[in-house]
Ligand binder design. Sequence first.
Ligand code: FAD
Length: 450
Amino acid sequence: MCHLERKTFAVIGAGPKGIAVAVKAKVLEEFGFIVDRVILIEKQGVAAHWSGDFGYTNGEMKLGTPPEKDIVFPLETNVGNEALNTRIHQRLLHFTWTSFLVHTHRYTDWVDRGRHAPCHKLWALYLQWVAEQLAPEVSIVSEEVVQIDLTSDSKRWELTLQESTKNKRLIEADRLMLTGPGKPRVNFIRGNPGSLPPSTYDLESFWDAFKMKTFSTSGRLAIIGTGENAASALLALSQYAPHLQVDVISPRGFLFSRAENYYENQVFSQPEKNGWSTLEITDRLDFIKRTDLSVFSLHAMTILNEQIRHRIIPGRVVSLKHDGHAISLNLAYHQKTFTRIYDQAILATGFDQVATLKSLLTPMAQKVLVRALSAPLNQQIIASKIQPDLSVQDMQPYLHLPMLAGLMQGPGFANLSCLGLLSDRVMSHFARKQAKNLKEIIPYRLEAKR
Ligand SMILES: Cc1cc2nc3c(=O)[nH]c(=O)nc-3n(C[C@H](O)[C@H](O)[C@H](O)COP(=O)(O)OP(=O)(O)OC[C@H]3O[C@@H](n4cnc5c(N)ncnc54)[C@H](O)[C@@H]3O)c2cc1C
């Protein structure tokens, strides 16, 4: 009998990434591998950011990537044994988008309607359907991680969890993974950190106002940013406030859409096969810029092509202030600065994942991470140190940051493009070690139960 010690792997967030890792852990365990005990810690409910109740959507927006890029796509498993890989894939197929449709009697209808992109709410139902099947191998804890520290010997993580009405409690873990988009990036606005000028919204407060119907439907609106979040806000507002005049502030002077062709898509799905890590760093950054960040999806662009109340204003925001009547935006473009006046502004300026990390890590944990990086904690430095298992190089205990893995490991790890590969990178190396001694592995416990 194999006597490997089982470790604990804490994942903050039961969104697509957390669930993908949990499914892989569950299935490997069903096959008899001794993998880390995965605990998903979720403060708002499984798939909260997609349901429309939380996050940067009202739930009615369409999923940008095809739903077939699901929790197990692209079915990549490497436990070091081809026959086992195939059997593991057969089991993983149960957790696909198609399987969800079949099990919930939606399949025929979806095909006959042209395999349309689901809205976020339906995507949330799919994720929740998968999550319901994770027990007993994986547990989901409904609490918020309010602090991340290290144990006194610095060998394990020590997380402080809090349930809304209850006291805090501590749990320890050998490995930790953070998920989620991070905090909206609004640091170019000077003044009181954490508070925005009147009528100025970050993504969080915009979606809150939109859902509560407190967002004004008249006047002049500036949307700052040209990525998918700006596109989502524009799409939502085009129905809610069709007469609103909207200026999209673009530092490059244009709106770009990605091509979503085979050559782009395959890099997201299969970074290794497309030589991602052999590309020059500048080319990788260029690829991400053209296909992932600061670009609209084709779906959004097709709808927005028909809208006539939007225009693009070239400029980078230098400052934003509210004088009591209106918002004054100071912009710079082509060595000139100029001011524009608006009634409302939405800051769709991206996310800062490291801000989330910093807000949770204690000074002692930050110190250990800085020592591992041999550099200050910033997004570019951490992104340049992400290893194939999506953890930070030289950091002990392990810290997995898939949302920062795009640059080093492949652009799909930062989003939903290769969740099956992501889970394999994070979970399967344990299985590979054990597969060397295959006689000790019980093949697929569920078969034994039948
Ligand atoms: C509006 C929108 C649409 C998008 N559409 C697409 C798309 O179509 N295709 C694509 O590839 N990418 C898309 N993205 C990007 C996508 O959200 C990211 O790829 C993200 O990484 C999704 O998976 P996740 O599991 O990391 O995060 P999430 O689904 O955001 O899950 C994170 C979870 O962590 C929980 N959480 C956060 N902090 C704590 C804490 N301290 N304690 C406990 N729980 C916590 C949250 O409640 C949340 O449920 C979209 C992003 C947005 C904002």
